[in-house]
Ligand binder design. Structure first.
Ligand SMILES: Nc1ncnc2c1ncn2[C@@H]1O[C@H](COP(=O)(O)OP(=O)(O)OP(=O)(O)O)[C@@H](O)[C@H]1O
Ligand SMILES: [Mg+2]
Length: 421
């Protein structure tokens, strides 16, 4: 990479908007600035109030650009919510000339996109799982191989078009161009997983405020993604109701004293719980707090396990689970997850970036950092494949219309780039 380029990740979550600014050059990605602002404009991962979301995006971007000392114009934005679905698909094409070219790969992936889909949905990602050349399967990169027939097995992620459009609209209202819209847990996975884990089989469980996202890698490729419509906000709600305390106090109690696993808390510990409606504060055993939290967290992990069993992938997740998202910070989360999932569990901290990376060290920044790494990878791919200087790479217009098979050369180029991620 001859020049450097600014890449900005915009994680629009149910509780916060995080803008992460990275500088990408041949040495890697350097974090230059971060803006993190609470956001009330989403419900369960989906924009429900444009004005509030726009306001939070504007504030987060403003904070990030003053820290980084750059002007932000283009962003890679996240999308989430239970409208997101994944399905497997495949395609096959004849190889012209006896040797697989990148144009053949592009054609076979275009073919794999051609699935029946409701008109109000669009394809977000075409994620190759493996290629087949003639009778040989399990191929990662078929370009240059000899053969007459090229097949591809892919995972298609689809989303409700209106939900994607609303994310793009909010960013545009702030004067930003959206270079790409990326599924939030896919970005999180990019930030926290190693290639080995993806190869051996791993599940990322991103427990945010409104949703818990699941993304499974098997044999190096994405095999499944789905969303559970519950997260840390449900825990706060339970505490507020169970201890009859205001939501803000319930949130504080959860963050400062919460524990996912009741038996990790000693019986002597006490916490002070402020009352509502003129009632004064009272002392409550910390165990009572964890007894409220535990069933909700159990429900989330049990649901995740059930989903993995249902799709028949539980046995293939040999590297275990990696927890990201703010709610994974609670004491006892990895221990409890190990018990319920029956696999090794670790917390996922963003890796693979330099600079002021301590500012984005928490698992709640996995999506933001992953968006930057995704953008950096797209720029590198563009340069590698076309020998183009970064400055000449124009951002691709986001796919806000239901997916169509692109017929223009330019569109094909960007679709081709997109399928690699
Ligand atoms: N130290 C902590 N202990 C427990 N919970 C925490 C802690 N820090 C943050 N959380 C919880 O994490 C949640 C927010 O996580 P995150 O920032 O990943 O969500 P989000 O991206 O805004 O939402 P989503 O991904 O669901 O759209 C909130 O419910 C918050 O209470
Ligand atoms: Mg999130």
């Amino acid at each position: 990479m001859d020049t450097s380029e600014i890449v900005v990740g915009l994680d629009i979550g149910t509780t916060k908007v995080a803008a992460v600014v990275g500088e990408v050059d041949s040495d890697g990605t350097t974090i230059m600035g971060v803006g993190n602002v609470p956001c009330k404009g989403l419900r369960k991962g989906v924009v429900s109030n444009i004005d509030w979301t726009v306001k939070s995006i504007a504030e987060a971007v403003q904070a990030a650009q003053s820290m980084a000392g750059v002007e932000i114009r283009t962003v890679y934005a996240s999308v989430g919510g239970s409208h997101v679905r994944s399905q497997n698909s495949d395609g096959v094409v004849a190889v012209s000339g006896g040797e697989v070219t990148s144009a053949d790969v592009e054609r076979v992936l275009e073919g794999a996109r051609a699935v029946a889909m409701d008109s109000d949905r669009q394809i977000l990602h075409v994620l190759p799982r493996e290629y087949l050349v003639d009778n040989q399967d399990g191929i990662r990169d078929p370009v240059g191989m000899s053969g007459v027939r090229l097949g591809a097995k892919v995972n298609l992620t689809t989303a409700a078009t209106s939900c994607v459009q609303n994310v793009v609209r909010c960013a545009e209202r702030v004067g930003l161009t959206v270079a790409d819209v990326v599924l939030a847990p896919l970005a999180s996975a990019e930030a926290v997983l190693s290639e080995d884990e993806k190869e051996i089989g791993v599940v990322v469980i991103d427990i945010g405020g409104g949703t818990t996202d699941i993304l499974i890698y098997v044999d190096g490729g994405v095999a499944h993604t789905s969303v559970i419509p519950a997260g840390g906000n449900n825990v706060t709600n339970d505490i507020s109701m169970g201890l009859r305390t205001p939501m803000a106090e319930a949130e504080r109690l959860k963050r400062n004293h919460g524990c996912a696993l009741g038996r990790m808390v000693s019986d002597e510990e006490e916490v002070e719980v402020p009352g509502v409606g003129g009632h004064g504060p009272r002392k409550v055993a910390r165990r009572v707090l964890s007894d409220i939290i535990e069933p909700r967290i159990e429900e989330i992990f049990a649901f995740a396990r059930h989903r993995m069993e249902e799709i028949g992938l539980l046995e293939q997740i040999s590297a275990g689970a990696v927890l990201t998202g703010g709610a994974s910070l609670m004491e006892g989360m990895p221990e409890f997850a190990e018990e319920i999932l029956g696999m090794p569990v670790r917390l996922g901290f963003p890796v693979g970036v330099k600079g002021i990376s301590q500012l984005v060290q928490g698992p709640q920044y996995a999506t933001g950092v992953g968006l930057v790494r995704h953008g950096a990878a797209m720029l590198r791919a563009a340069q590698d494949r076309h020998g183009a200087g970064l400055a000449r790479v124009a951002p691709r217009a986001p796919e806000v219309e239901p997916a169509k098979v692109a017929d223009k050369a330019g569109n094909r180029f960007w679709n081709w780039l997109k399928v690699a991620f």
